[in-house]
Design a protein. Structure first.
Length: 260
């Protein structure tokens, strides 16, 4: 048993609305006899916190403590038994077994809902109206979190944008609407080795007297992990800094923007 990120529930704040149980694709949360949210099994919680955004009473948070590891295959079996095959195909990190049909596997090649195959309809006539090359607003290099230095001079007194990798490909106006006038760091909370990300971000925040901090993430559940890491980094840094969060849908539209 090792330390890892996992959900914690404040029973005093929980009002029993049940929204978190619907938001958790892994079926890790349920309601007990007192109509309070409970963690059914630790191995069902992936620690990404997709349930946090739906809780109206702020009763949920992600903490780091000793716990059994998240088990995607047992979680898949749990969701398959309790919610059916379509719900099981959304389990983070699971590999669908023989319970899924070939048709289902064709349309849902990965257990993670963020990897679900889907088509996006575009207005081709509108797209073809644009001519010429749009100017890049990128003003520094490198940009990947593993590669940037907390002491790079361009971070000093800057407006910093921390963006999930996929946002720049999904939002057509990324450079003009999000990046213009900002310094950039990109990261993926699912595919990167994020073991030192909180500490590195905290150091960047401490060293550079940032004017503003914006996060851009995708609407898929796993992407909320980047927001959680940035929030933790701000807390660790000890700097009083407001975080603006922008959520981009897979259709390329900005779904929400909020300051924390």
């Amino acid at each position: 048993m090792a330390k890892r990120k996992i959900i914690e529930i404040d029973r005093d704040k929980c009002d029993g609305c049940g929204l978190c149980t619907d938001a958790c694709a892994e079926g890790a949360l349920g309601l007990d006899e007192e109509n309070k949210a409970v963690l059914l099994k630790e191995i069902y919680c992936d620690g990404l916190g997709a349930c946090l955004d739906v809780c109206p009473t702020d009763a949920l948070k992600i903490i780091e403590r000793e716990s059994d590891d998240y088990d995607p295959q047992k979680t898949y079996s749990h969701v398959l038994e309790t919610q059916g095959s379509k719900a099981a195909l959304q389990v983070h990190g699971a590999s669908p077994g023989c319970e899924t049909t070939m048709s289902e596997q064709k349309h849902f090649p990965s257990g993670c809902p963020g990897s679900m195959s889907r088509s996006i309809n575009r207005d081709n006539d509108f797209s073809q109206q644009a001519t010429g090359s749009a100017a890049s607003e990128l003003s520094q290099w490198p940009i990947q979190l593993h590669l940037v230095s907390p002491f790079a001079p361009y971070f000093k007194n800057s407006d910093l944008l921390i963006a999930a990798d996929c946002t720049a490909f999904s939002l057509g106006s990324f450079h003009q609407d999000l990046l213009k006038g900002k310094k950039l760091i990109i990261a993926c909370p699912k595919l990167d080795d994020t073991s030192n990300y909180v500490q590195k971000l905290a150091e960047i925040i401490k060293q550079n007297n940032l004017r503003s901090l914006t996060i851009a993430i995708m609407s898929v559940p796993c992407c909320s992990g980047l927001r959680l890491m940035v929030e933790e980094a701000v807390s660790v840094s000890g700097i009083n800094l407001t975080i603006k969060t922008i959520v981009v849908g897979i259709d390329g539209n900005v779904q929400s923007a909020a300051s924390l």
